[in-house]
Design a protein around this ligand. Structure first.
Ligand code: URP
Ligand code: ZN
Ligand code: ZN
Length: 463
């Protein structure tokens, strides 16, 4: 006996159609209008949208960073994701300097096993190729383990940053394998000088985090890494968390030249800004200390347009939560000690639906494209994830387009004592969420079991 989601509007990147969705076991058996309901458990989706489960390809769960550990582990982070309509996440395994990538892979598999509430995959964040580049071979080993994307940081000197030589060597290898390189693009050494100058001038408050990371430092790094990818023979590159018009233009120009360059932005850069959300009294701005920082409001419209025009392909969250009271406060008196990152895994679908679709900034189909279908494609999980089609995993969101919801820390499921979207009123929310055929969320409550989420083995894509 299966479950029939009946009478809803099924949305894909291509079209929105009135159809029923039949779930048998963990997969979708049929999507068609007027499926005979006899013998099935019926979910009435009249007036509802039926969406593929969201795919968030940029999260940091249980991650040691900034002298502490991100506040959501795999259980809490994936539970919050599911409640918000996201059914797949890709998190980062972080290679420690002086240690092989294989070790990081084991560590992150142990962190996630038995905890994840939805399916998940891993990128490998590369920090060290070894004294004689011997860990370059780990790249092949990781691909064999289902990691088809590697992350490099051009920022955070002495912590995560790699130099251009490392980037070049890594890309020479990924080109051969067909793997993807994800890039945190910011000129870390220049930023470091600006930061030291600010501290020397007595500028220690949280707003200085934003003021010391200029947009040009981001744009320069995008430009440079694109050039390195060309030098390496045409490596596929995915620029993470594009936050400003200048960096977006570099992605645009690379794509206009036909290079295999893609980019994401994150919810926070689309709906928050320095003017609206920072400059608060006391230490409050620390809640908005993430990297790249919030930008001036004038960047929002170009980022929305870039999403519409396929200059950017994905909206992710960069969910990297830290509590205010005992984590962000590590940086009182010195903004460089504030753990960088913010919570958002729960709110991405709500916010992009409301400020994108409801506000007329993107079509419903494009919403599904940037939140589910394209991330699944780019990261080697399609058509298992990202689409409602026969044979795909039954990761399905029954979305109530009229449901009104006010985002607040008081009721959120993420483990922070604040929300960067506090008080935002949105229309449109997940009513039911299925993960591999199992109803895991009903009316804002997680009803699945902890640890049911499976590790996803991802394929490399020859681009
Ligand atoms: O501030 C952020 N974004 N923290 C997480 C690490 C990163 O740079 O993505
Ligand atoms: Zn980053
Ligand atoms: Zn990140």
């Amino acid at each position: 006996m299966g479950t029939l989601i009946k009478g809803g509007k099924v949305v894909s990147a291509a079209a929105t159609t009135l159809a029923d969705v039949l779930i048998e076991g963990e997969t979708i058996a049929r999507v068609a209008p007027g499926i005979d309901a006899a013998g099935y458990t019926i979910v009435d989706a009249t007036e509802m949208l039926v969406l593929p489960g969201g795919v968030d390809v940029h999260t940091h769960l249980d991650m040691p960073f900034g002298g502490t550990v991100s506040a959501d582990d795999y259980e809490w982070g994936t539970r919050a994701a599911a409640i918000g309509g996201t059914t797949t996440v890709i998190d980062f395994a972080l290679q420690s300097m002086g240690h092989p990538m294989t070790e990081a892979f084991k560590t992150w598999r142990a962190k996630s096993e038995g905890k994840a509430c939805i399916d998940y995959a891993l990128h490998m964040a590369v920090t060290d190729l070894g004294p004689n580049d011997e860990w370059l071979d780990d790249v092949d080993a990781m691909v064999a383990e289902g990691i088809s994307s590697f992350k490099i940081f051009m920022a955070y000197p002495n912590v995560l940053m790699v130099n251009d030589a490392t980037i070049f060597k890594l890309m020479q290898r990924t080109v051969k394998l067909g793997a993807l390189v994800c890039v945190h693009a910011e000129n870390g050494t220049v930023i470091d000088v600006v930061v030291q100058q600010a501290l020397a001038a007595g500028k220690t408050g949280p707003l200085n985090h934003a003021l010391t990371r200029p947009v040009l430092a981001e744009a320069e790094a995008v430009h440079r890494v694109v050039a390195i990818s060309e030098l390496a023979g045409g490596a596929s590159v995915y620029i993470v968390h594009v936050s400003c018009e200048e960096a977006m233009r570099e992605v645009k120009s690379a794509r206009e030249r036909g290079l295999p360059v893609m980019g994401e932005t994150c919810t926070q850069y689309l709906v928050l800004s320095i003017e609206d959300d920072m400059g608060k009294p006391g230490f409050e701005d620390a809640k908005y200390v993430f990297t790249p920082p919030l930008r001036e409001k004038k960047n929002q419209a170009p980022l929305w347009k870039a999403l519409r025009d396929d200059v950017l392909q994905v909206v992710s969250t960069d969910h990297c939560p830290f509590r205010f009271t005992d984590q962000k406060t590590l940086g009182v008196g010195n903004f460089t000690k504030i753990p960088n990152g913010g919570p958002g895994i729960e709110n991405r679908m709500q916010l992009i639906y409301h400020y994108g679709v409801n506000a007329g900034r993107m079509s419903l189909e494009r919403f599904v494209e940037v939140t589910a279908e394209v991330p699944a494609k780019i990261f080697g999980m399609y058509p298992r994830k990202g689409v409602l089609a026969a044979g795909s995993d039954a990761d399905i969101v029954v979305w109530d387009p009229e449901a009104k919801y006010t985002i607040t820390a008081a009721t959120q499921n993420m483990h922070t004592d604040y929300s960067i979207f506090e008080g935002f009123e949105v229309k449109g929310n997940a009513r039911q969420v299925f993960s591999r055929g199992e109803l895991v969320v009903e009316d804002g409550r997680f009803i699945g079991s902890v640890g049911r989420g499976k590790y996803l083995h991802r394929e490399v894509l020859r681009r």
